[in-house]
Write a protein that binds this ligand. Sequence first.
Ligand code: BT5
Length: 254
Amino acid sequence: MTSQYADPDNLLKAPWKRFDRLPSTNQYLLDLPANELLEGTTCTALIQTNGIGRNNRVWHSPLGGLYLSIAVKPDTPPSQWSQLSLVMACAGSIAIKANFPDTNPLIKWPNDILIENRKVAGVLLQSSNEKPCRVVAGIGINVSLNPVYLPKRPVFPATVLSFESQYPTNLRELEIAVRRSFIELYCLWQRKPQEVVQKWQALCGLSGHEIVFQAPNGTVNGKYSGINDQGFLLIKVDDEILTFPSGDIVGIKE
Ligand code: BT5
């Protein structure tokens, strides 16, 4: 009997397109003709000349970073696809921990990976309008790049794994670990999305913290109260739980 769900071994056989330099690995997979796109197709570049963050922000992408995107075609309702950014955040966090065991990477909703409150990685999810729809999950990780190329951020400043860890950096091994971890978690997510949400909760560094949240229409102070089934942020303000599909956590208090 064939399963309706993707199989990790099959997805791992999908093409892996490697480039020295690209505008954006996410954009490359979004532009790839549908007939060339097998589920699991992966794209990496050593440098991105137009790396993209959320809300059209810039992702600084010099040599020494990991820039990786994977395309999938989920057979689940579009309302659930935003969870794929949680899947990539988990994959990145697990791969960093496995390759740099002396670090403690924690996820900050929805998709930043922080080490000691410094940002080492970010995730961007994008999708196309075609049918069947492709969803592209991309991750950038600062591995061994020169920090002079990183933006100066007042909170959650940028950091680099080679500064945070005593372990040697090996970009190729980290890429392989992120890809494998994403594909395994993606296949689990299709069958048991709640298990992936639980893994994300365990890797998230916000439990029990008061947070300052920049919502599209103002700042909110309250207690982090987890995420809902769609991956939206829940914040307790006074005695009410508020739900936010988008925005940025700009402060974490004790
Ligand atoms: C993100 O956006 O964190 C998503 C980053 C996704 C990058 C990957 S790389 C592979 C794939 N291809 C792409 O073109 N993109 C994806 P956001 O949460 O909006 O954070 C962006 C903000 O982080 C910027 O406004 C800067 O303040 C800061 N930032 C930019 N580059 C950074 C870096 N290399 N390290 C740490 N912080 C950075």
